[in-house]
Design a protein around this ligand. Sequence first.
Ligand SMILES: Cc1cc2nc3c(=O)[nH]c(=O)nc-3n(C[C@H](O)[C@H](O)[C@H](O)COP(=O)(O)O)c2cc1C
Length: 130
Amino acid sequence: MQRIMDFLKSAGTYYLATIDGDQARVRPFGTINEFEGKLYIQTGKVKDVSKQLHANPKAEICAFKDGTWLRVAGTFVEDDRREARVAMLESYPELKAMYSPDDGNTEVFYIKDATATFSSFTAAPEVVTF
Ligand SMILES: Cc1cc2nc3c(=O)[nH]c(=O)nc-3n(C[C@H](O)[C@H](O)[C@H](O)COP(=O)(O)O)c2cc1C
């Protein structure tokens, strides 16, 4: 999991794909935080991405860096505990200009039953589950 966290952090941007009815949706994301041994992302409840994750939590992220791409597929579960939101905002102080733990909008999801796959054109895929 540390390797996955490090890869996503160093890539800077990853792309989060969700399902919207029968339509795939994808957008750039950057937040990633480890909390209590799980990988978390952050968003706002007002966003379509949030509504899509609540309606169908099966989602996937993808990032690319230095010839390797990482996909992490799993079930994205909201953690509604204040401490989980606080931990995320502590990791991204710049987000505090837009979000706070008690604003009713900020939310964090952890990735459950995750399958992470590192791929490249030169090596066999490596799969990690967590
Ligand atoms: C580099 C980059 C990183 C971003 N990271 C996040 C993020 O971590 N969380 C978030 O909610 N939005 C993030 N955004 C903004 C979302 O991509 C944007 O709000 C998007 O429209 C959300 O998807 P939706 O319109 O389907 O709801 C980021 C945008 C960029 C350009």
